[in-house]
Design a protein around this ligand. Structure first.
Ligand code: ADE
Length: 248
């Protein structure tokens, strides 16, 4: 899979992709990450990429011409989708990461300043995408997040492929708690069930903890999750136990 990132700050990407799983994936030829300087596609003496907004306002707006030129030139004859990164976009999530990993190639346009000429979003980009409800100084950190999350779905990038499917969010729930040695640390103990040797018991404990955690921290996920009849029973039992604890 190939990613093409269009940015006015290509140097921001120098170190982020040079370590860990992403670097290995690049070295093994599973993914390709190409960073392009938007200014290379700007014309004129000053290679200007931004201008003052029509109608008057503070700040500067990215001009459409360099972005159209960059996307059209990088796309070549292909129909690779281009996504504009901005806080105004559709929320990027695990489902979208999985979907995009099926494309052989995507282009990511990093917005900057006070905005990007609307014609980029309306006529060039497949979609405007946001990584969360907060405003970054630009789309660059969002591009890093997207390359990372999408790459994990490219076959072979993550060691055991089935572990991606087991991830929290892929299963619609938050992850269960993990423990390793030492069994007791500063008086903090590891749950006994993990030493029971009973795999059935361990997996139902994990499922229960995942449900508990999701209900506590992300009830919105629980409402959408694909729950089995056993999950519903576990939730009912947890409710009952909670009520019993409350009644004196
Ligand atoms: N650029 C600025 N804020 C952003 C966000 N939340 N997501 C994607 N791109 C952005």
């Amino acid at each position: 899979m190939r990613f093409d990132i269009i940015t006015i700050f290509p140097e921001m990407f120098a170190s982020v992709f040079s370590g860990g799983i992403i670097r290995k994936a690049v070295e093994r030829g599973l993914i390709q990450v190409n960073v392009h300087n938007l200014r290379d596609y700007a014309t004129g003496k000053h290679r200007q990429v931004d201008d003052r907004p029509f109608g008057g306002d503070e700040g500067m707006v990215f001009k459409p011409e360099p972005i159209f030129a960059a996307v059209e030139s990088l796309r070549g004859g292909s129909d690779a989708p281009a996504y504009l990164l901005s806080p105004q976009g559709r929320r990027f999530d695990q489902r979208l990461a999985e979907e995009w990993a099926r494309f052989p190639r995507i282009l990511l346009i990093c917005g900057r300043y006070e905005g990007v000429d609307e014609r980029v979003s309306r006529f060039l980009a497949a979609e405007e995408v946001s990584i969360g409800d907060y405003v970054l100084t630009g789309g660059e950190p969002a591009a890093v997040v997207i390359v990372d999350a999408v790459s994990r779905f490219v076959p072979g990038v993550v060691g055991k492929e089935e572990s991606v499917a087991r991830d929290s969010f892929s299963r619609g729930l938050l992850d269960f708690p993990h423990y390793t040695r030492p069994r007791e640390f500063r008086g903090m103990k590891t749950p006994e069930v993990l030493f029971s040797g009973n795999h059935g018991k361990i997996s139902s404990w994990r499922r229960k903890k995942a449900l508990e955690k999701t209900r506590l921290k992300r009830p919105d996920l629980l409402a959408k999750a694909d729950l089995s009849p056993e999950d519903r029973k576990l939730l009912e039992r947890m409710d009952k136990e909670r009520k019993e604890r409350k009644t004196p």
